[in-house]
Design a protein around this ligand. Sequence first.
Ligand code: PRT
Ligand code: ZN
Length: 214
Amino acid sequence: MSQAVLRIAVQKSGRLSEDSLNLFKECGIKFDNGAGKLKATSSNFPAEFLFLRDDDIPGYVEDGVADIGIVGENVHVEVCKKVSEVKKLGFSKCRLSIAVPRGEAYNGVQDLEGKSIATSYPVILGNFLNSHGVKAHIHEISGSVEIAPSIGLADAVCDIVSSGGTLLSNGLKEVDVIFRSEAVMIGYPDMPAEKQNIVEQLLFRIDSVQRAKN
Ligand code: PRT
Ligand code: ZN
């Protein structure tokens, strides 16, 4: 009988990649992720790594092509796939915030009534507005969201903020934090027992690494 191998989806290159790879390395899991590689098999742990765009990871896990994956909680919640959050990982922390032009007054979410808001996160923003009974036009764009007010595309933006530097350099101010995010491990909900077992071993190692740091 062939031994089960856990397929792990990680971001190929971006803000999650380095910390994701370091996490596995700190767990003592060896693999070769040489430049341009899309797949790597560990030499000392029953795991195989798939290097993908972060947006594609929840779908791969939902389809069972990957068993687990690492994404930002913002992506996990936005895409609403049938995958479960297995563990919060504590890195790639950021927030999803509303920002308006610096010179404009903002006294609360009700000020967004009737306004147009540019975002790449229409689901999370829509839920936030609904929960406050505010009706606004959500303008979905996939990138360079912060430029929208200055080119007349929207009155406000809802985007990921980390240092705040990008908002500042685009003449915007952060006025409401609507979601706080960090990297999370997501998993296929109906994993066979032998793969579940490998996930347990991995989680045990991650816990030890995290405990040693605190
Ligand atoms: O290519 P691929 O699709 O895989 O990557 P991506 O470009 O979609 O994602 P990437 O690598 O930028 O981000 C991956 C994840 O990192 C996000 O989903 C978040 O969970 C998390 N993260 C943490 C961030 C940031 N910090 C961040 N600062 N994601 C994006 N930003 C962007 C933000 O969109 C804005 O343009 O950085 C800018 C703001 O940064 P500050 O520091 O100027 O506030
Ligand atoms: Zn992406």
